[in-house]
Design a protein around this ligand. Structure first.
Ligand code: C5P
Length: 394
């Protein structure tokens, strides 16, 4: 099973009373779409903003609001949960939990729960900055609870500052991080992602359709599974995962230099970048005139994998082979020629695979043979790639 899968994991979601309550609805929807089981407990004041019925409909489960209506629910619910998430977490609940007050369903469930706790504060920026609140957050953190820090921006009160509840995506990432086995802990992973740009003149370049999504998924999954991650990235529009050290590059020469510079102590190199294979031979330092056109002469770009696989103390190397057709033989050839430990093949002409999609259909090829996988999310592909790595390295 995918180690970061939320399938059948039981999340006990505590909703407390702030305007950010509406964001909890989106969070439940996202958790459900990842097949997690969600049960909601609400404080009194949160029900002023939104009714339990909304959360009941979204979660498909009864919502618990009152400590007396279902006796012992505050004990039985936490017992069956894998994770306790408080989102939004008001200053009030943070203070209560930090000092052990237990006078509602949320606070009681917190005390009865044994397992990972995540809380996502949401409040006015001055409240968030207040030393008392910060002291209470520290108390919760010291107890092992994980804060998903609020974001900076326009606040519900009309002011600007740090206090907006983290977006659902960040909370889901924290949830997955908590529930994932850290089987890559202690490993240094270098992911190289995205396209490169090779300049013709100061305003024009040649490049390719790579979105960087596969490489960024590899970096995210490696972080979640406990690795230390450096991400060398060509120009892309996707956000890097929180916690990765990001080195931005543009050209294949810069990418090669960045890989060499960051190779010290690396255990695994995942070369998911789509290096432009050609570099203009005659770069013009001034913008070329369009009149009359011109012939562009290209030379091959430096081969980064080859450069790394040739060194004496080299890391484990995973390469990628994006082909236009079911050309597995070509990928096999690259595996040997470039000195990789295994290569991930994909046919970019298939529906849902390759450039700028969130899904991919991969085959993993090593000396022993070919393992084919169905179409799945790039995150799922990344999990499979690291599982292969772990099998190889044992
Ligand atoms: O030959 P091809 O470009 O298809 O090889 C693909 C693999 O080699 C990928 O892992 C890619 O990142 C890597 N590569 C490289 N340097 C290049 C071209 C590709 O490291 N100049």
């Amino acid at each position: 099973m995918n180690p970061s899968s939320l399938k059948n994991r039981h999340v006990l979601l505590a909703v407390t009373g702030g305007i950010a309550v509406y964001k909890a609805a989106e969070l439940i929807r996202r958790l459900r779409s990842e097949e997690a089981e969600v049960t909601v407990v609400m404080t009194e004041s949160s029900q002023r903003f939104i009714t339990p019925l909304t959360f009941e409909s979204l979660s498909g489960n009864k919502v618990y609001t009152d400590i007396f209506s279902v006796p012992m629910a505050h004990i039985t619910l936490p017992e069956s949960a894998d994770l306790f998430v408080i989102a939004p977490a008001t200053a009030n609940i943070i203070g209560k939990l930090a000092s052990g007050i237990a006078d509602d369903m949320v606070a009681l469930s917190f005390l009865a729960f044994r397992g990972p706790v995540i809380f996502a504060p949401a409040m006015n920026w001055r409240m968030y900055e207040h030393p008392v609140l910060q002291r209470n957050i520290k108390t919760l953190r010291d107890l092992g609870c994980q804060e998903v820090e609020p974001e900076e921006g326009e606040l519900a009160c009309g002011e600007y500052g740090v206090g907006r509840m983290a977006e659902a995506g960040r909370i889901i990432e924290a949830v997955k991080g908590c529930l994932t086995k850290k089987d890559l802990a202690g490993l240094k992973v270098l992911v190289v992602a995205g396209p490169t740009r090779e300049y013709i003149d100061p305003v024009r370049f040649i490049s390719n359709r790579s979105s960087g999504k596969m490489g960024y998924a590899l970096a995210g999954v490696a972080l979640r599974r406990g690795a230390d991650v450096t991400l060398v990235s060509g120009p892309v529009s996707v956000e890097p995962p929180l916690g990765a050290r990001v080195v931005r590059v543009e050209t294949s020469d810069e990418m090669l230099e960045a890989v060499k510079k960051n190779l010290g102590g690396v255990d695994v190199l995942l070369m998911a970048a789509a290096v432009a294979d050609f570099v203009p031979d005659d770069y013009s330092p001034v913008k070329r005139e369009k009149e009359g056109g011109f012939t562009l002469k290209l030379r091959p770009s430096p081969d980064i994998v080859k450069a790394v696989s040739g060194i004496r103390k080299r890391p484990f190397i995973v390469g990628f082979s994006a082909e236009t057709g079911p050309n597995i033989a070509k990928a096999k050839k690259k595996l040997g020629e470039k000195g990789m430990d295994f290569i991930v093949f994909n046919d970019v002409t298939l529906e849902g695979a390759g450039f700028d999609t969130d899904t991919n259909k991969i085959s993993v090829i090593d000396e022993d043979g070919v393992a084919d996988y169905p179409l799945m999310s790039k995150e799922g592909c990344a999990e499979i790639i690291f599982d292969h790595y772990l099998r190889h390295s044992r």
